[in-house]
Ligand binder design. Sequence first.
Ligand SMILES: Nc1ncnc2c1ncn2[C@@H]1O[C@H](COP(=O)(O)OP(=O)(O)OP(=O)(O)O)[C@@H](O)[C@H]1O
Ligand SMILES: [Mg+2]
Length: 415
Amino acid sequence: MEIVVITILFIALLYALYHIKVTTQHIKEIIRLLKEYRTGNLSAMLFLKGKGIVGELALLINNVLDSNQRQIEKAEEKTQMLEATLRGMSDGVLMTDKNGNVILANQTLKKLLGIKTSPEGKKIPEVIRNNELLELFKEAMDTWEIISEEIEISINQKDIFVMVTAVPMYSATAVTGVVFTLQDITRLKRLEEMRKDFVANVSHEIKTPLTAIRASAETLIDTSLEDKEHALRFLNMIKTHSERLNALVEDLLTLSRIELGDMPIEKTAFNPEEAIDTVILTFKERAESKGLQIRKNIPAGTNTIIGDKNKVIQILINLVDNSIKFTETGTITIGITKNEKILILYVEDTGIGIPKDHLDRLGERFYRVDRARSRELGGTGLGLAIVKHLINLHGWQMKIESTVGKGTKVSIITS
Ligand SMILES: Nc1ncnc2c1ncn2[C@@H]1O[C@H](COP(=O)(O)OP(=O)(O)OP(=O)(O)O)[C@@H](O)[C@H]1O
Ligand SMILES: [Mg+2]
């Protein structure tokens, strides 16, 4: 009997020892897994065969780890989406904490501000040296409100205009930081300035001949009708100024049609000499009356050019018109040079010339070297703008060379 009891006890002891060993192994396995998980292996799983409490524990741990992993994946997905959005944004984004330390800046911002090193961890003024931006940060922190303002920032000695929006980030009780978005509006500002300049210029150009027409008409009404000679003078004045008004409107319409893309180029092969002859015929009388010689210089064998003949004539007319206006003595040459495969059409004069520092700006609407002198000669500064546009429409290039007191040469490089 005793032997039986001892045997049962022994078996029970053996079973208990076996159980303890298995449980210890399982717990060790759980510890190993949790350690692995802590070091970053988020896909680690428990594969325990045991049933009972340890099995239940393993199942529970697996479930917790699994849902944890899914949450982490979701968070990562969100971060990636956020990063992609920030990367793809055309606006610069700068995020700071409540102390004004930069937490994040997107690629657009770095490009906009020419930042080479990482701005994270730096204070706002170290990244963007601008007081107004700092003020915006303080205001957003104090008021908890979204604020927008247009500011001018100087970067590498260049000024840019940006529309800044400061959005405070807050928890239930405090502002935790500010997100700035910076939209580059430099081009818009320049366009706006150009528009204002344009309106001012057009108004001015229209006003001058209109005033002259009105004054002449008033004088005619008041005094000169009986005096035929006087009357003729004022009528001629009216005629000249109406012609000028007409020319201005025509030029403006041409420019606007070109800019609206409403002026198609119809390229054909034609003989450039024909175009040159038409232009010479147009100006012969005017040149002669000023004592100027007008001639052509075409190398033998030049028989074709591919372009829009009427527009080439228009280009040459505007150039020769300038040459006659700005030349007192000498010659105006319309010519062609051939440089390997490139054909260059040019108009050269022996006139007053253009100072070097003006050359880059020629071709801007209403740009004149000597405003008063050009206006006196009946010019509004639209001729070269039209020439430049027509040359660009062909895909050609314009080159202006000039020496003050010696003359000017405008070349059309057709290639
Ligand atoms: N051949 C030239 N010689 C000297 N100056 C020139 C010559 N061509 C152009 N310029 C200068 O460039 C300016 C711009 O020329 P542009 O043809 O655009 O205007 P404009 O002749 O004054 O007026 P518009 O052509 O509208 O009647 C002129 O006002 C003049 O100052
Ligand atoms: Mg002109």
